[in-house]
Structure formats: structure tokens, C-alpha cells
Design a protein around this ligand. Structure first.
Ligand code: GTR
Length: 425
């Protein structure tokens, strides 16, 4: 009997891509505490409910980020290369090598462009990239990563080494000239410097470096996973940026696309130094509601079906909600609510149906009461907007035309929003 049962358990349900087929679902109210009491003011949110929500998100989705403050005291940051005449003289490029737990541990490479001629420290956008810093700009001086990169960015010899062929291939997703022209700095780090994105990648990253058992660690339910490691890396990148006098660390937006958008949300939730948190098409396990069954589901992403998903991104318990999303004691709006009262921007693309654009909007909408309790205007809209229309006050939202990507249109929306909430001038 065991075999047929296993087979049944491993059969992936058909993906729902039709709004009329979405099964009914109920969302837990983030403003009702674990004891069933209504949260009525900012103080109660801050002192008791927010820590409960943080714990729910840790235990059920991403795992607990270890307290590494003692290790961080050994952090070292060195300028590897700088050029005050980058981007045709418009910016200063700096490449830092950072050892966030000291030189006995691994390092990451931070690429930074700061607009020239600013009167004082400038606000910045910080985000992880998928393939190496050299993929984010055409600039020939940007160094290649020395860590593992996935096949699409790597040498043809199967060695997972980055090569020149990746240079500039993601430039349209970063739009550095536009950012600099509008007075913002751009900082980016390759996500694989913190943890290469494959099931055993953690052995080469900071999760192993920070664990007493190193690469022999047997991860337990509740322990952190890949998204947690990337989020931790974003905080360590902010530590490094905070030491750069030309950047104002009080005006740093954390941004990420897709899986790295999930990481950006989790970083922004945990690290309240981030002044603005941006999710570009983060989808399932990001801004999109998990109880709403549309596109990618918790079971698919968490690896409940053979050959599918990314269990190494999440703590073990998350996969137990496969086909049992109704049992989740929270949903992604709890994660989004942890950003409050700071500004949040959630963006979708209409053809990115796998990420459930409407579910991303509904995630933001369900987090909105927390922003309003904390005195923020929040989303200020409860109707899914037309394609290309921007809505929102302290929670921004748009769904643009086109596919799963980061485009100039997305950046223009983020920059306009940033002009209001963390202005350059
Ligand atoms: C997909 C995954 C999505 C998203 C995406 C990406 O395969 O199912 O949740 O993370 O990868 O990061 O591009």
C-alpha cells in the first residue's frame, strides 16, 4: 500500500490560471493576536503583536535568522577598485570586498555607483543580483564573481565559473544611468556570494560559515534557509554601505526581483534600517497570498513534488502546507505588515501569471490595516488597478504590461515613489 500512497502524495495538482477557478479562502487577521484579541493601537502592535508576527513568519516560512552580532564585530571592508569618472563621468564607481564576519569567513563583492556632484550623502537602492555584479551593467571594469554561478551565467566547461559572456546581460533590470541621473546611488551584490542557489549551495555560503557544524550541519525545522541567508546578506551589505560617507544609510531602499524579491521582503521585515522595501514580482513565498490558489503554490515551491520547487529556500515546515494552505496560521500579508510603518512597494506584471499578480495586490491590501493602525495612509485603494496604473500612498502598487522582469517602467515607478518617501534632493 505504501507505493500507491507515495505516488498519490507526489501528484501535482493542475496549476490554476483562471480567476473563476480560484477556490474560496479565508485570511487570518494580522491585527488579531495569538490569544484572539484585537490589536487596537500602535503600542500594542509594536510591543506584543509585531514580535508574534515575526515569529510566525520565521517558524512557518523562512526560519529564524541567527543573531550574528558578535561575529560581525570582526567585519572588514576594503576598497578593491574605484573610479570617479564612471558612466561617462556621471558617477563614482566603487567595488568593495567585504568580510562580514572577519577574514576567517567568506567575503562578498559590493558594487556601488554614486552620482557625482551631489551636495551631500545620497539615498540608495540596494539589491541582490542573480548572476554576478558584472551582469548588472555594461561597464567593463566591474569584476566577475569568484563564487559558484548557475549554468546560464557560467563557462561552457561545466565549472560554474562566471565568464565575460554574462557582462551587461541584466543591465536593463538595473537602469543605473537613470538612477544616477535622478540622484540615487545603486548598490548591488551577487546573491551567490551569500549562498549559491542550489540545494547544497549553503555549504559554500554563510549558513555553513556561521554554523558550529559548518558544512555538516543537519538543518532542523525552524532553522534558516536560502532566503534567510540572502536577507542576512542584504543587511550585511547595508552595514557596508553605512560606512560609505557619500551614501545616506537612513535612505536606503531594499529591492529584489522574483526569488530575490522574496529575500528583499524578508530583509526589509527584519531590518528596520531599510527606509523603503520593494518587491518586484516576488510571487509565491513573497508578496502573493499563499492561501489563494493561483499560479505557483506553496506545495510546488516548497518541493512537495519530485523534481519541482526550491525547498532549500524555506524552513522545513513550509512544505507541510502543500495542499493544506488553509492550515497556515498566517499568510504573506503578515510578512508585508512587518514593513509597516515604513513605505512598501509591491509590483507585478500582467503576463507573470505564475507569480499571481492579483494575489500580490491582495497581499498588499491585506497588510494595509496594519499600516493604517500605525498612522500611515497605506494603499488607499481596494480595487485591483488597471494595467499600467500606479496606486498607493505609503504602500505603492502597480501591475505593468509584459512579462516577469524588471523594466524601466518599474524603476520609474520606484524612483517617483522614492522621491516622495526618501527624496534625493
Ligand atoms: C521560479 C519560481 C518563482 C520565482 C522565480 C525566479 O522558478 O518558481 O517563485 O522565484 O523562479 O526567481 O525567477
Amino acid at each position: 500500500m505504501l507505493l500507491p500512497l507515495l505516488f498519490l502524495a507526489a501528484t501535482m495538482p493542475a496549476t490554476i490560471d483562471d480567476e473563476s477557478k480560484v477556490p474560496p479562502y479565508t485570511l487570518p487577521d494580522p491585527l488579531v493576536d495569538n490569544a484572539g484579541n484585537k490589536v487596537v493601537d500602535a503600542k500594542q502592535w509594536r510591543e506584543s503583536r509585531r514580535p508574534e508576527v515575526m515569529k510566525l513568519v520565521e517558524e512557518n516560512i523562512y526560519g529564524r535568522t541567527p543573531d550574528t552580532r558578535a561575529r560581525q564585530q570582526a567585519a572588514v571592508s576594503e576598497v578593491v577598485e574605484t573610479d570617479a569618472q564612471a558612466l561617462g563621468g556621471k558617477a563614482t564607481r566603487t567595488q568593495l570586498k567585504v568580510w562580514p564576519i572577519g577574514k576567517s569567513g567568506p567575503a562578498f563583492d559590493l558594487l556601488l555607483y554614486v552620482p557625482n556632484g551631489a551636495k551631500g550623502p545620497v539615498p540608495a537602492f540596494l539589491g541582490l543580483n542573480f548572476g554576478g555584479n558584472h551582469t548588472t551593467v555594461e561597464d567593463k571594469a566591474v569584476l566577475l564573481p569568484s563564487t559558484w554561478v548557475s549554468k546560464q551565467w557560467a563557462a561552457a566547461d561545466g565549472s560554474n565559473r562566471a565568464t565575460e559572456k554574462g557582462r551587461g546581460t541584466q543591465a536593463s533590470r538595473w537602469q543605473v544611468e537613470t538612477l544616477v541621473a535622478r540622484g540615487f546611488a545603486l548598490a548591488t551584490v551577487y546573491c551567490g556570494d551569500f549562498e549559491p542557489d542550489f540545494p547544497e549551495g549553503w555549504k559554500q555560503g554563510f549558513r555553513a560559515a556561521l554554523s558550529p557544524e559548518g558544512a555538516n550541519t543537519a538543518w532542523k525545522d525552524g532553522d534558516w534557509a536560502g532566503i534567510g541567508a540572502w536577507a542576512w546578506g542584504l543587511s550585511r551589505s547595508l552595514d557596508a554601505l553605512a560606512k560609505v560617507p557619500a551614501v545616506d544609510a537612513k535612505r536606503v531602499a531594499v529591492i529584489g526581483h522574483s526569488r530575490l524579491g522574496k529575500a528583499s521582503l524578508w530583509a526589509g521585515a527584519q531590518d528596520e534600517r531599510f527606509a523603503l522595501v520593494i518587491s518586484n514580482e516576488s510571487g509565491c513565498g513573497g508578496a502573493a497570498l499563499g492561501k489563494r490558489i493561483f499560479g505557483e503554490t506553496v506545495g510546488v515551491i516548497a518541493g512537495a513534488y519530485p523534481g519541482r520547487g526550491f525547498p532549500h529556500w524555506f524552513t522545513a515546515r513550509y512544505s507541510r502546507f502543500a495542499e493544506k494552505e488553509h492550515l497556515m496560521p498566517l499568510d504573506q500579508h503578515h510578512l508585508l505588515a512587518l514593513v509597516a510603518p515604513r513605505p512598501l512597494y509591491v509590483a507585478s506584471a500582467v503576463e507573470d501569471r505564475w507569480a499571481d499578480p492579483k494575489g500580490e495586490f491582495l497581499g498588499a491590501l491585506a497588510a494595509d490595516p496594519v499600516f493604517r493602525l500605525l498612522g500611515q495612509p497605506g494603499l488607499g485603494a481596494d480595487v485591483y488597478p488597471a494595467v499600467g496604473q500606479r496606486v498607493g500612498k505609503s504602500i505603492g502598487y502597480h501591475v505593468r504590461a509584459g512579462k516577469h522582469d524588471v523594466t524601466l517602467e518599474d524603476w520609474q515607478a520606484y524612483l517617483d515613489f522614492a522621491d516622495r518617501v526618501m527624496p534625493a534632493k
